[in-house]
Ligand binder design. Structure first.
Ligand SMILES: C[S@@+](CC[C@H](N)C(=O)[O-])C[C@H]1O[C@@H](n2cnc3c(N)ncnc32)[C@H](O)[C@@H]1O
Length: 318
Protein backbone atom coordinates (compact mmCIF):
# COMPACT_ATOMS: atom_id res chain seq x y z
CA UNK A 1 0.00 0.00 0.00
CA UNK A 2 1.23 3.49 -0.77
CA UNK A 3 3.36 5.34 1.74
CA UNK A 4 3.67 2.44 4.08
CA UNK A 5 7.24 2.16 5.33
CA UNK A 6 8.76 -1.23 4.66
CA UNK A 7 10.29 -3.00 7.64
CA UNK A 8 13.90 -2.14 8.38
CA UNK A 9 16.53 -4.28 6.73
CA UNK A 10 19.34 -3.51 9.13
CA UNK A 11 20.91 -6.03 11.47
CA UNK A 12 19.65 -6.31 14.97
CA UNK A 13 20.44 -8.81 17.64
CA UNK A 14 17.41 -10.17 19.39
CA UNK A 15 17.00 -11.08 23.00
CA UNK A 16 16.11 -14.69 22.41
CA UNK A 17 14.28 -16.26 25.29
CA UNK A 18 13.36 -19.93 25.02
CA UNK A 19 9.78 -20.44 23.79
CA UNK A 20 7.42 -22.03 26.28
CA UNK A 21 5.90 -24.53 23.87
CA UNK A 22 7.59 -27.14 21.70
CA UNK A 23 7.74 -26.19 18.01
CA UNK A 24 5.09 -27.78 15.81
CA UNK A 25 6.44 -26.90 12.35
CA UNK A 26 7.28 -29.92 10.20
CA UNK A 27 10.05 -29.20 7.65
CA UNK A 28 8.86 -29.52 4.06
CA UNK A 29 10.72 -31.49 1.37
CA UNK A 30 13.42 -32.29 3.93
CA UNK A 31 14.89 -35.33 2.19
CA UNK A 32 14.89 -33.56 -1.19
CA UNK A 33 16.54 -30.41 0.22
CA UNK A 34 19.31 -32.36 1.93
CA UNK A 35 19.93 -34.44 -1.20
CA UNK A 36 19.97 -31.48 -3.60
CA UNK A 37 22.18 -29.30 -1.42
CA UNK A 38 24.92 -31.98 -1.80
CA UNK A 39 26.15 -31.42 1.72
CA UNK A 40 29.46 -32.67 3.09
CA UNK A 41 31.62 -32.02 6.18
CA UNK A 42 33.27 -28.60 6.33
CA UNK A 43 30.81 -26.68 4.16
CA UNK A 44 29.62 -23.20 5.11
CA UNK A 45 25.84 -23.12 4.82
CA UNK A 46 23.21 -20.39 5.21
CA UNK A 47 19.67 -21.16 6.33
CA UNK A 48 17.97 -17.87 5.46
CA UNK A 49 14.65 -18.86 7.00
CA UNK A 50 15.39 -20.86 10.14
CA UNK A 51 11.81 -21.30 11.34
CA UNK A 52 11.82 -24.07 13.95
CA UNK A 53 15.21 -25.25 12.69
CA UNK A 54 14.02 -28.51 11.10
CA UNK A 55 16.10 -28.11 7.95
CA UNK A 56 19.02 -26.61 9.87
CA UNK A 57 19.19 -29.58 12.23
CA UNK A 58 19.72 -31.98 9.31
CA UNK A 59 22.09 -29.59 7.51
CA UNK A 60 24.17 -29.32 10.69
CA UNK A 61 24.49 -33.12 10.95
CA UNK A 62 25.92 -33.24 7.43
CA UNK A 63 28.43 -30.37 7.69
CA UNK A 64 29.69 -31.47 11.12
CA UNK A 65 32.09 -29.73 13.48
CA UNK A 66 34.29 -28.47 10.66
CA UNK A 67 31.44 -26.74 8.84
CA UNK A 68 29.63 -23.51 9.73
CA UNK A 69 25.92 -22.76 9.84
CA UNK A 70 24.70 -19.17 9.51
CA UNK A 71 20.97 -18.79 10.16
CA UNK A 72 18.43 -15.96 9.92
CA UNK A 73 14.86 -15.38 10.98
CA UNK A 74 12.90 -12.13 11.16
CA UNK A 75 10.78 -13.51 13.98
CA UNK A 76 12.38 -13.64 17.45
CA UNK A 77 9.91 -16.38 18.45
CA UNK A 78 11.12 -18.61 15.61
CA UNK A 79 14.75 -17.77 16.35
CA UNK A 80 14.17 -19.03 19.88
CA UNK A 81 12.75 -22.28 18.52
CA UNK A 82 15.69 -22.66 16.12
CA UNK A 83 18.17 -22.08 18.95
CA UNK A 84 16.78 -25.20 20.62
CA UNK A 85 17.20 -27.21 17.42
CA UNK A 86 20.78 -26.20 16.54
CA UNK A 87 23.57 -24.76 18.60
CA UNK A 88 27.35 -24.90 18.77
CA UNK A 89 30.46 -22.83 18.39
CA UNK A 90 30.13 -23.13 14.60
CA UNK A 91 26.50 -21.97 14.55
CA UNK A 92 25.58 -18.29 14.17
CA UNK A 93 21.87 -17.50 14.43
CA UNK A 94 20.84 -13.98 13.60
CA UNK A 95 17.63 -12.05 14.19
CA UNK A 96 16.88 -10.31 10.94
CA UNK A 97 16.16 -10.84 7.28
CA UNK A 98 18.27 -12.99 5.02
CA UNK A 99 18.88 -9.80 3.02
CA UNK A 100 21.36 -8.94 5.80
CA UNK A 101 23.57 -11.87 4.76
CA UNK A 102 26.13 -9.66 2.99
CA UNK A 103 26.47 -7.42 6.08
CA UNK A 104 26.86 -10.43 8.38
CA UNK A 105 29.56 -11.95 6.17
CA UNK A 106 31.37 -8.62 6.04
CA UNK A 107 31.26 -8.24 9.84
CA UNK A 108 32.47 -11.78 10.41
CA UNK A 109 35.26 -11.34 7.88
CA UNK A 110 36.51 -8.32 9.85
CA UNK A 111 36.00 -9.91 13.30
CA UNK A 112 37.14 -13.48 12.62
CA UNK A 113 38.97 -13.33 9.31
CA UNK A 114 36.45 -15.73 7.74
CA UNK A 115 35.58 -15.71 4.04
CA UNK A 116 32.99 -13.35 2.59
CA UNK A 117 31.43 -16.25 0.71
CA UNK A 118 29.41 -19.36 1.52
CA UNK A 119 28.89 -22.75 -0.14
CA UNK A 120 25.14 -23.29 0.17
CA UNK A 121 22.01 -21.21 0.80
CA UNK A 122 18.55 -22.48 1.67
CA UNK A 123 15.39 -20.34 1.61
CA UNK A 124 12.15 -21.94 2.79
CA UNK A 125 9.84 -18.99 2.18
CA UNK A 126 6.67 -17.87 3.90
CA UNK A 127 5.60 -18.54 7.46
CA UNK A 128 5.77 -21.50 9.84
CA UNK A 129 3.06 -23.59 11.47
CA UNK A 130 4.13 -22.12 14.82
CA UNK A 131 3.37 -18.59 13.65
CA UNK A 132 0.05 -19.78 12.22
CA UNK A 133 -0.86 -21.49 15.49
CA UNK A 134 -0.13 -18.42 17.63
CA UNK A 135 -3.43 -16.52 17.69
CA UNK A 136 -1.74 -13.39 19.01
CA UNK A 137 0.06 -12.96 15.66
CA UNK A 138 -2.98 -12.81 13.40
CA UNK A 139 -1.69 -15.19 10.69
CA UNK A 140 -4.73 -17.46 10.77
CA UNK A 141 -8.19 -16.39 9.66
CA UNK A 142 -9.54 -19.36 11.60
CA UNK A 143 -8.46 -17.95 14.97
CA UNK A 144 -9.58 -14.70 16.50
CA UNK A 145 -6.70 -12.40 17.37
CA UNK A 146 -5.18 -9.01 16.66
CA UNK A 147 -4.83 -8.28 12.93
CA UNK A 148 -1.04 -8.05 13.00
CA UNK A 149 0.58 -10.46 10.50
CA UNK A 150 4.13 -9.14 10.96
CA UNK A 151 7.05 -11.58 11.19
CA UNK A 152 8.59 -9.23 13.71
CA UNK A 153 6.08 -7.28 15.77
CA UNK A 154 8.73 -4.62 16.46
CA UNK A 155 9.09 -3.71 12.78
CA UNK A 156 6.85 -1.49 10.68
CA UNK A 157 3.06 -1.38 10.88
CA UNK A 158 0.60 -4.12 11.77
CA UNK A 159 -1.91 -5.13 9.08
CA UNK A 160 -4.65 -3.30 11.01
CA UNK A 161 -2.66 -0.04 11.06
CA UNK A 162 -1.59 -0.50 7.47
CA UNK A 163 -5.24 -0.83 6.39
CA UNK A 164 -6.32 2.13 8.51
CA UNK A 165 -3.74 4.38 6.83
CA UNK A 166 -4.22 3.18 3.26
CA UNK A 167 -6.66 4.48 0.68
CA UNK A 168 -8.96 2.36 -1.50
CA UNK A 169 -6.61 2.33 -4.46
CA UNK A 170 -3.69 1.09 -2.35
CA UNK A 171 -5.82 -1.68 -0.84
CA UNK A 172 -7.11 -2.76 -4.26
CA UNK A 173 -3.54 -2.78 -5.58
CA UNK A 174 -2.32 -4.95 -2.67
CA UNK A 175 -5.23 -7.39 -3.01
CA UNK A 176 -4.66 -7.74 -6.75
CA UNK A 177 -0.87 -7.85 -6.70
CA UNK A 178 -0.19 -9.94 -3.60
CA UNK A 179 -3.42 -11.93 -3.31
CA UNK A 180 -4.48 -12.27 -6.96
CA UNK A 181 -7.88 -11.59 -5.40
CA UNK A 182 -10.68 -11.60 -8.03
CA UNK A 183 -12.96 -9.55 -5.74
CA UNK A 184 -10.36 -6.81 -5.15
CA UNK A 185 -12.44 -4.03 -6.74
CA UNK A 186 -15.41 -4.92 -4.57
CA UNK A 187 -13.39 -5.47 -1.36
CA UNK A 188 -11.05 -2.46 -1.57
CA UNK A 189 -13.61 0.27 -0.79
CA UNK A 190 -15.34 -1.85 1.87
CA UNK A 191 -12.09 -2.60 3.68
CA UNK A 192 -10.88 1.00 3.43
CA UNK A 193 -14.10 2.32 4.94
CA UNK A 194 -14.24 -0.29 7.73
CA UNK A 195 -10.57 0.22 8.63
CA UNK A 196 -10.93 4.01 8.80
CA UNK A 197 -13.94 3.57 11.08
CA UNK A 198 -11.80 1.42 13.41
CA UNK A 199 -13.77 -1.72 12.59
CA UNK A 200 -10.87 -3.85 11.32
CA UNK A 201 -8.74 -4.48 14.39
CA UNK A 202 -8.98 -8.28 14.65
CA UNK A 203 -8.80 -11.29 12.34
CA UNK A 204 -12.52 -11.95 12.97
CA UNK A 205 -13.37 -8.35 12.00
CA UNK A 206 -11.63 -8.91 8.68
CA UNK A 207 -13.15 -12.35 8.05
CA UNK A 208 -16.68 -11.07 8.74
CA UNK A 209 -16.20 -7.98 6.59
CA UNK A 210 -14.93 -10.10 3.68
CA UNK A 211 -17.71 -12.67 4.08
CA UNK A 212 -20.41 -10.02 4.14
CA UNK A 213 -19.03 -8.36 0.98
CA UNK A 214 -19.01 -11.45 -1.24
CA UNK A 215 -22.24 -12.60 -2.93
CA UNK A 216 -23.76 -15.65 -1.21
CA UNK A 217 -23.61 -17.82 -4.35
CA UNK A 218 -19.89 -17.14 -4.70
CA UNK A 219 -19.35 -17.93 -1.01
CA UNK A 220 -21.11 -21.29 -1.40
CA UNK A 221 -19.16 -22.35 -4.47
CA UNK A 222 -15.71 -21.11 -3.35
CA UNK A 223 -13.02 -23.79 -3.04
CA UNK A 224 -11.03 -21.71 -0.59
CA UNK A 225 -12.34 -19.51 2.19
CA UNK A 226 -12.82 -16.02 0.67
CA UNK A 227 -10.47 -14.50 3.25
CA UNK A 228 -7.53 -16.76 2.25
CA UNK A 229 -6.24 -14.45 -0.49
CA UNK A 230 -6.89 -11.30 1.56
CA UNK A 231 -4.74 -12.60 4.43
CA UNK A 232 -2.01 -13.63 1.99
CA UNK A 233 -2.02 -10.17 0.39
CA UNK A 234 -1.82 -8.38 3.74
CA UNK A 235 0.95 -10.65 5.05
CA UNK A 236 3.06 -10.11 1.93
CA UNK A 237 2.40 -6.36 2.08
CA UNK A 238 3.21 -5.71 5.74
CA UNK A 239 6.39 -7.79 5.60
CA UNK A 240 7.48 -6.53 2.16
CA UNK A 241 8.04 -10.22 1.46
CA UNK A 242 8.48 -10.13 -2.29
CA UNK A 243 10.96 -7.25 -2.09
CA UNK A 244 13.12 -9.34 0.26
CA UNK A 245 12.89 -12.38 -2.05
CA UNK A 246 13.78 -10.31 -5.12
CA UNK A 247 16.77 -8.65 -3.44
CA UNK A 248 18.02 -11.97 -2.13
CA UNK A 249 17.74 -13.82 -5.43
CA UNK A 250 18.89 -10.90 -7.57
CA UNK A 251 21.78 -9.42 -5.56
CA UNK A 252 22.57 -10.92 -2.18
CA UNK A 253 22.76 -14.64 -3.00
CA UNK A 254 24.74 -14.17 -6.24
CA UNK A 255 27.27 -12.05 -4.33
CA UNK A 256 27.48 -14.36 -1.30
CA UNK A 257 27.71 -17.73 -3.03
CA UNK A 258 31.15 -19.01 -3.96
CA UNK A 259 31.52 -20.27 -7.56
CA UNK A 260 29.69 -23.63 -7.90
CA UNK A 261 27.80 -22.88 -4.66
CA UNK A 262 24.17 -24.02 -4.52
CA UNK A 263 20.96 -22.14 -3.77
CA UNK A 264 17.77 -24.03 -2.89
CA UNK A 265 14.45 -22.18 -2.71
CA UNK A 266 11.15 -23.60 -1.46
CA UNK A 267 8.13 -21.52 -2.47
CA UNK A 268 4.49 -21.85 -1.46
CA UNK A 269 2.61 -19.75 -3.97
CA UNK A 270 2.86 -18.64 -7.57
CA UNK A 271 4.15 -15.11 -6.80
CA UNK A 272 7.22 -16.44 -4.98
CA UNK A 273 7.75 -19.25 -7.45
CA UNK A 274 7.65 -16.82 -10.38
CA UNK A 275 10.46 -14.79 -8.77
CA UNK A 276 12.63 -17.89 -8.30
CA UNK A 277 11.91 -19.08 -11.84
CA UNK A 278 12.77 -15.65 -13.28
CA UNK A 279 15.95 -15.27 -11.24
CA UNK A 280 17.25 -18.67 -12.35
CA UNK A 281 16.71 -17.71 -16.00
CA UNK A 282 19.73 -15.42 -15.63
CA UNK A 283 22.03 -17.96 -17.18
CA UNK A 284 25.14 -15.82 -16.76
CA UNK A 285 24.63 -16.16 -12.98
CA UNK A 286 22.79 -19.44 -12.45
CA UNK A 287 22.73 -22.94 -13.84
CA UNK A 288 19.30 -24.24 -12.91
CA UNK A 289 19.48 -27.83 -11.67
CA UNK A 290 15.70 -28.32 -11.47
CA UNK A 291 14.14 -27.34 -14.82
CA UNK A 292 10.93 -28.70 -13.32
CA UNK A 293 10.46 -27.76 -9.68
CA UNK A 294 10.42 -30.63 -7.20
CA UNK A 295 7.07 -31.21 -5.49
CA UNK A 296 6.35 -33.20 -2.33
CA UNK A 297 5.38 -36.86 -2.73
CA UNK A 298 1.74 -37.84 -2.14
CA UNK A 299 2.92 -39.50 1.09
CA UNK A 300 4.42 -36.23 2.34
CA UNK A 301 1.26 -34.31 1.49
CA UNK A 302 -0.82 -36.90 3.38
CA UNK A 303 1.45 -36.65 6.41
CA UNK A 304 1.87 -32.85 6.22
CA UNK A 305 -0.96 -31.18 4.24
CA UNK A 306 0.82 -27.81 4.55
CA UNK A 307 3.42 -29.14 2.08
CA UNK A 308 0.89 -29.49 -0.76
CA UNK A 309 1.74 -26.24 -2.55
CA UNK A 310 5.51 -26.43 -1.97
CA UNK A 311 7.94 -26.28 -4.90
CA UNK A 312 11.70 -26.68 -4.62
CA UNK A 313 14.04 -25.07 -7.15
CA UNK A 314 17.82 -25.44 -7.00
CA UNK A 315 20.50 -23.58 -8.95
CA UNK A 316 24.29 -23.56 -9.09
CA UNK A 317 26.23 -20.28 -9.01
CA UNK A 318 28.39 -20.06 -12.11
C1 LIG B 1 8.46 -21.93 6.25
S1 LIG B 1 9.21 -21.26 7.67
C2 LIG B 1 10.78 -22.10 7.69
C3 LIG B 1 10.72 -23.43 8.35
C4 LIG B 1 12.07 -24.07 8.55
N1 LIG B 1 12.72 -24.39 7.30
C5 LIG B 1 11.97 -25.30 9.42
O1 LIG B 1 12.39 -26.38 8.98
O2 LIG B 1 11.48 -25.21 10.55
C6 LIG B 1 9.67 -19.67 7.16
C7 LIG B 1 10.38 -18.85 8.22
O3 LIG B 1 11.05 -17.79 7.56
C8 LIG B 1 10.95 -16.62 8.31
N2 LIG B 1 11.11 -15.52 7.36
C9 LIG B 1 10.23 -15.05 6.44
N3 LIG B 1 10.80 -14.08 5.71
C10 LIG B 1 12.07 -13.94 6.15
C11 LIG B 1 13.17 -13.10 5.78
N4 LIG B 1 13.07 -12.19 4.81
N5 LIG B 1 14.34 -13.27 6.45
C12 LIG B 1 14.45 -14.18 7.45
N6 LIG B 1 13.44 -14.97 7.85
C13 LIG B 1 12.27 -14.87 7.20
C14 LIG B 1 9.58 -16.71 8.98
O4 LIG B 1 9.57 -15.93 10.16
C15 LIG B 1 9.49 -18.22 9.26
O5 LIG B 1 9.97 -18.53 10.54
Amino acid sequence: MANIPSPGATSSSATVSAPAAKAVHVPVLLREVIQHLQLSPGLRVVDGTLGAGGHSREIFKKIGDTGELLGFDRDPMMLAHATKAVSGSNVVLHHGSYVELGDLLERRAIETGSSRQVDRILLDLGYSSDQLADRTRGFSFQEDGPLDLRFSTGEGLSAADCLAQADEAAIIHALQTYGEEPNALRLGPVLAQAARAGKLRTTSDLVHTVESSIPAAQLRSAEKHPATRVFQALRIQVNAELEHVERMLGEIAPAALAPSGLLAVITFHSLEDRLAKLAFKQTDIWEELTPKPIAPTPAEVRFNPRSRSAKLRVARRR
